[in-house]
Design a protein around this ligand. Structure first.
Ligand code: PEP
Ligand code: MG
Length: 312
């Protein structure tokens, strides 16, 4: 057991009264598929494509990429597979994407969609390989961009996806500006996926790589719940793919905030499935409301727990 609940082995994610919350896996490539299938993922919620590009002098060819994408999509016939285009930058440097300057603060520099706009051919190669892989499998391909800050960036990315024949285009919500004004970005895209790791880093101005600052990464911080609530109420389906979704109690709170899917490292899926199955949507909503009303992460946790007796 974990937190007093037994893991539930199979079935789609849903509350005890039948409100669906898809439980998806975070993967870095084909080697993570066996675990995703074993733990009953309903699809892939975050395929980090960086791993295909790391430690090489040249970008992988479109054929090479198509083979990797096809392998991931083949594991989930008729299921959603959410692929994130390259999230590179001075914090994750790649030999074939030369730095355009020196950056004293790489996390605040030309990373994510910002660098893809400087080198659009890298992204277009990915989109073409993805579109071809999607034609060869029955997975429901969704493609999203990292580090989007504005409606203008969202519109640019969705336009490129549409031109490449990608059926569904979304953006990660991991910058506070995008979370707070999510309603401005929503009309440009088909879905959102909240990246709580970077969202916490930027909300607290606290480097996620610095261990001494790890308290700022606590996704129970009430401001994090406010930012997620803003994204989840903007009118497009909104998943969470950062670490937050793998905490069973917080998963219930996120469902209560209106989040429609949770993506996580596959081993956490059975625990989250069990936690959702033990509570009604009304309980999740009450937990979310009282957690947001708290003023510290600890108080938010305690307030949510009081509405989630199945986790006692
Ligand atoms: C995030 O920022 O929460 C996220 C899911 O992306 P990554 O951890 O790859 O930056
Ligand atoms: Mg991120």
């Amino acid at each position: 057991t974990r937190g007093g609940v037994l893991a539930t082995a199979t079935g789609p994610g849903m509350t005890s009264d039948g409100h669906a919350v898809a439980l998806l896996a975070n993967v870095g490539g084909p080697r993570d598929l066996a675990a995703a299938v074993e733990f009953g993922a309903e699809g892939v919620g975050l395929y980090r494509t960086e791993f295909l590009f790391l430690d090489r002098e040249t970008a992988p060819t479109e054929e090479e990429q198509e083979a990797a994408y096809r392998e991931v999509m083949s594991a989930f016939p008729d299921r959603p597979v959410v692929v994130r285009v390259l999230d590179a930058g001075a914090d994750k440097p790649l030999a074939f994407l030369p730095p355009t300057g020196t950056e004293p603060n790489p996390a605040l520099g030309e990373r994510g969609i910002r660098i893809l706009r400087i080198f659009p051919d890298v992204m277009l190669g990915q989109l073409h390989a993805l579109a071809r892989a999607a034609e060869a499998t029955s997975a429901r391909l969704q493609v999203m961009a990292p580090m989007v800050a504005s409606a203008e960036e969202a519109t640019w990315f969705a336009g490129a996806c549409r031109a490449a024949g990608i059926p569904s285009a979304g953006i990660m919500i991991e910058i506070p500006a995008a979370a707070l004004r999510a309603a401005d970005l929503a009309p440009a895209v088909d879905f959102f996926s909240v990246g709580t790791n970077d969202l916490a880093q930027y909300a607290f101005a606290a480097d996620r790589e610095v261990a001494a600052l790890s308290d700022y990464q606590d996704p129970w911080q009430p401001v994090m719940l406010d930012l997620v609530a803003s994204a989840a109420s903007a009118g497009v389906p909104c998943g969470v793919c950062g670490e937050a979704g793998s905490d069973p109690a917080l998963a219930c709170v996120l469902a209560g905030l209106g989040v429609t899917s949770l993506s996580m490292g596959a081993p956490a899926i059975p625990w989250v499935r069990a936690a959702l199955a033990r509570h009604t949507l009304a309980q999740c909503r009450a937990a979310a409301a009282d957690a947001r009303a708290a003023t510290t992460a600890e108080a938010a946790r305690a307030a949510a727990r009081a509405h989630l007796p199945g986790l006692a």
